[in-house]
Design a protein around this ligand. Structure first.
Ligand code: AMP
Length: 185
């Protein structure tokens, strides 16, 4: 299966994506994790993107797109993947649609994990990641509302909406049920 997961940071997206990828036997491709891994290893890419991560700003499209194209071309992603954190804007969605068309692959569904702003801000402050300063959290939430929510219209009937509030296992079950209801076979 080729899936995207979209939702505000702090909605439990990373946790749910890791579980879901394990349950479906597909790699979890998180652009945030890939960037942070490059920053911590001190790679050229890491040096280029660190300032954006620290500010909670989006990394420029061409840097992000090249990284995604390379990652989903790896052998383990041939049969499917779960993209987490990408696309985050309409321009990234359009680019991804073109990449899928060029590679002759289809997107199965887009999981939209929802949670109210006050819940996500509380969760982000609690997890204490290095880039989880007050200002960066607010900035990412702003960007989510302005840049990422238009994706809901863009993906139309591919969207599978799941309530992200609740116990981790319950939310995971909701995602699995919603996906199987979406593609009965
Ligand atoms: P995340 O772990 O998804 O919260 O991502 C952490 C940071 O990585 C973001 O605040 C951005 O700086 C950067 N990032 C992750 N995904 C993208 C993307 N699709 N486009 C641009 N920047 C991204």
């Amino acid at each position: 299966m080729r899936l995207l997961i979209v939702g505000p940071q702090g909605a439990g997206k990373g946790t749910q994506a890791t579980l879901l990828a394990g349950n479906l036997g597909i790699p979890h491709v998180s652009t945030g994790d890939l960037f942070r891994d490059n920053v911590s290893r001190g790679t050229e890419l890491g040096k280029r993107v660190q300032q954006y991560l620290d500010a909670g700003d989006l990394v420029p499209d061409e840097v992000t797109s090249d990284m995604v194209a390379a990652r989903i071309a790896e052998a383990d992603a041939e049969g499917g993947f779960l993209l987490d954190g990408f696309p985050r804007s309409l321009s990234q969605s359009e680019w991804l649609s073109q990449l899928f068309a060029e590679r002759g692959i289809e997107l199965d569904a887009v999981i939209l994990l929802t949670a109210p702003d006050d819940v996500v801000v509380g969760r982000m402050l609690a997890r204490g990641r290095a880039d989880d300063t007050d200002a960066a959290i607010r900035r990412r939430l702003d960007i989510y509302h302005t840049e990422t929510t238009p994706l809901i219209d863009y993906y139309g009937d591919k969207i599978v909406t799941v309530d992200g509030v609740g116990q981790v296992e319950d939310v995971q079950q909701r995602i699995l049920s919603a996906l199987s209801a979406d593609s009965p076979s």
